[in-house]
Structure formats: structure tokens, C-alpha cells
Design a binder for this molecule. Structure first.
Ligand code: IMP
Ligand code: MG
Length: 180
């Protein structure tokens, strides 16, 4: 038995992911031109995406981490808690690219963006691996994104269900009986 046995179907395989990241990395790089910037990866979900993405970006970048979690281990996101933020010198007067695994209701990314702006970032752009526009409750759209997904709970490539499945190299839909 392995994590693969819990997957109902694969939505994006490794090759599709690689192609999408090459495209988005080129868009990001073009978006910043000659300028350097700081990639702020939101832990834990975006660590896999961010590590692949930064290796496709030729600009002079720095890397910082931010940790946020929502209460509850189910498939609905609850109250957001920010566990740690980059240091003042990593944020102040910096151009930041906030990178997350998925834009769902939009609460997480809009709160985090506000927090970084409040702490003195010069600019904050957003880049997400997945986008579920049908679920949006806060008006926010990502500046860069790899894939749009239907209203379906997905795991893999960093995304978890109750802390698991982040290590799947593809994005898949979990077998429904495992979470409903
Ligand atoms: P939002 O605040 O509702 O936009 O939720 C964003 C967070 O919810 C993400 O960073 C994920 O951790 C989690 N999330 C939302 N949808 C999914 C999903 O389909 N699979 C796994 N995690 C998800
Ligand atoms: Mg999560």
C-alpha cells in the first residue's frame, strides 16, 4: 500500500507540471525585467512548487519563507493563523513574489499580502500553483498561476489532506470515501 493507492485520478502529471512551470517562470521573469526580487514561499504547501519554480527563474532573487495554517484538518479552510513571517530586512522596501500552493476562497493570500504590505514591502505580487476560481469568497486574483482547477479537493505536489500526500509528484483527486 502506498499513497498512490488513495488517488482516484490524476489531474496534472509530472510532464504537464514541468511545462506549466516553465511557462510561469518565463512570465515571472519577464514581469520583473532586469530587477531582482524576493520569493516568499508559504509553508508548507508551496515548498515543492517554489523549489521547482525558482530554479527556472534567471533573475537575481532571494528566498524567504512564511508559515500560515488554518485551524482544522478537513477539506474546508478555517481561521487563518500566521505562524511566522520573514524578518523586517527581508520585507522592508523589497519587491516580493508571494508563492502559494492554491488560491481557493482567497482568504489566505489576501491576508498574507496585506500583512506583507503592512510590514513595509515595496510591492507584493502573487503566484499560485493552482487556482480554483469557483470557490472565491474574497476578491483576489493571482498575478501568475500554473493551472485552473474545478471545484474538487486535490492533493499532491505539496498539497495535503490532513498533512499527507504532499510527496506525490503529480496532482490528483483523492478517493472520495477517504474524506467524506
Ligand atoms: P484559501 O484561504 O481558501 O484560499 O485556502 C488556501 C489554502 O487552503 C491553501 O493554501 C491550501 O492549504 C488549502 N486548500 C484549499 N483547497 C485545497 C485543495 O483542494 N487541496 C489541498 N489544500 C487545499
Ligand atoms: Mg494545506
Amino acid at each position: 500500500m502506498s499513497v498512490h493507492d488513495d488517488i482516484d485520478r490524476i489531474l496534472f502529471d509530472e510532464q504537464q507540471i514541468k511545462t506549466a512551470i516553465d511557462r510561469v517562470a518565463a512570465e515571472v521573469s519577464r514581469g520583473y525585467g532586469d530587477r531582482g526580487f524576493t520569493v516568499v514561499s508559504v509553508l508548507k504547501g508551496s515548498c515543492v512548487f517554489a523549489s521547482d519554480l525558482i530554479r527556472r527563474i534567471p533573475n537575481r532573487i532571494e528566498l524567504a519563507f512564511l508559515a500560515a495554517s488554518s485551524y482544522g484538518a478537513g477539506t474546508e479552510s478555517g481561521e487563518l493563523r500566521i505562524d511566522f513571517v520573514p524578518t523586517g530586512s527581508e520585507i522592508e522596501d523589497r519587491d516580493l513574489l508571494l508563492v502559494d500552493d492554491i488560491l481557493d476562497t482567497g482568504r489566505t493570500l489576501s491576508k498574507l499580502r496585506e500583512e506583507l504590505q503592512r510590514r513595509g514591502a515595496r510591492s507584493v505580487r502573487t503566484c499560485v500553483f493552482l487556482d480554483k476560481p469557483s470557490r472565491r469568497s474574497v476578491p483576489i486574483s493571482a498575478d501568475f498561476r500554473c493551472f485552473e482547477v474545478e471545484n474538487l479537493f486535490v492533493v499532491g505536489y505539496g498539497l495535503d489532506y490532513a498533512g499527507r500526500y504532499r510527496n506525490l509528484p503529480y496532482v490528483g483527486a483523492l478517493r472520495r470515501e477517504l474524506y467524506s
